[in-house]
Design a protein around this ligand. Structure first.
Ligand code: PEP
Length: 252
């Protein structure tokens, strides 16, 4: 990890206006940290505007947890890229395993979302990863390669420059079971090689984050790995001490 690390908090369907204030105040007290590490928070849609207001001067970027691939029309309950951009949102998670598993987000749906988001100028965090059974059957790379190939099929170089990849083994998300630094580095180096093969020198610069039960006490070892450029943090991003400690670990 040579340039500034990227740490993204995914609040999932948690949080409140009070948590937005608590978290932004905690980060505001650490200006040296938030200028050394790129910090993004992805709250639920309802808190995006409040977070943007609170973090406007604080070097913290705001992300959404998903987006629709269409720009407007008859899509009840959905939110478009331009709606996010109007709120000052700069990042969006695409293809989180919970959306793949519970909300029928197939590889083609994810590809469409990634295309729309990156074409419009958002930074898109593409989540990939294998489940427990796939790992046990030695299909880890096969699964991830399919996810990457499908999602990136139509991306131009300009769009790829707005891509971040998050390796999130499904068996490690919210389970307390983390990939070892060696397991994570192994997959990250495969992802790096794939990105360089697909996008050339742009692929060398695409950030690859690790996600899956990252905590204050295991973050430093994970972030010390050569191809781990930061983390996507779920549960621990809801507690200010834990989130700040993880950002500190990313500072090196
Ligand atoms: C996530 O939801 O992206 C995640 C990594 O969750 P957790 O850190 O809770 O495992």
């Amino acid at each position: 990890m040579s340039k500034a690390a990227l740490v993204i908090g995914n609040w999932k369907m948690n949080g409140s206006a009070a948590l937005v204030r608590t978290m932004s105040e905690a980060l505001r007290e650490q200006p040296q940290l938030t200028s050394a590490v790129n910090v993004v928070i992805c709250p639920p849609f309802t808190l995006l505007a409040e977070l943007t207001r609170q973090c406007f001067y604080d070097n913290i970027a705001v992300g959404a947890q998903t987006v629709n691939a269409q720009d407007n029309g008859a899509h009840t309950g959905e939110i478009s890229v331009s709606m996010l951009q109007e709120l000052g949102v700069e990042y969006v998670l695409i293809g989180h395993s919970e959306r793949r598993a519970c909300y029928a987000e197939t590889n083609p749906v994810i590809a469409a979302k990634l295309n729309t988001a990156t074409a419009a100028g958002l930074t898109a965090v593409l989540c990939v990863g294998e489940d427990k059974q796939q790992r046990e059957q030695q299909q880890t790379w096969e699964v991830i390669e399919q996810q990457l190939a499908s999602a990136c099929d139509e991306l131009t170089d300009t769009q790829a420059a707005r891509l971040v990849v998050a390796y999130e083994p499904v068996w490690a998300i919210g389970t307390g079971e983390t990939a070892t630094p060696e397991q994570a580095q192994h997959v990250h180096s495969q992802i790096r090689q794939w990105l360089v093969k697909r996008f050339g020198s742009i692929g060398e610069k695409i950030e690859i984050l690790y996600g899956g039960s990252v905590k204050a006490d295991n973050a430093a070892q994970l972030f010390a790995q050569e191809d781990i450029d930061g983390g996507l943090i779920g549960g621990a991003s809801l507690k200010k001490q834990d989130f700040v400690a993880i950002i500190q670990a990313a500072q090196g």
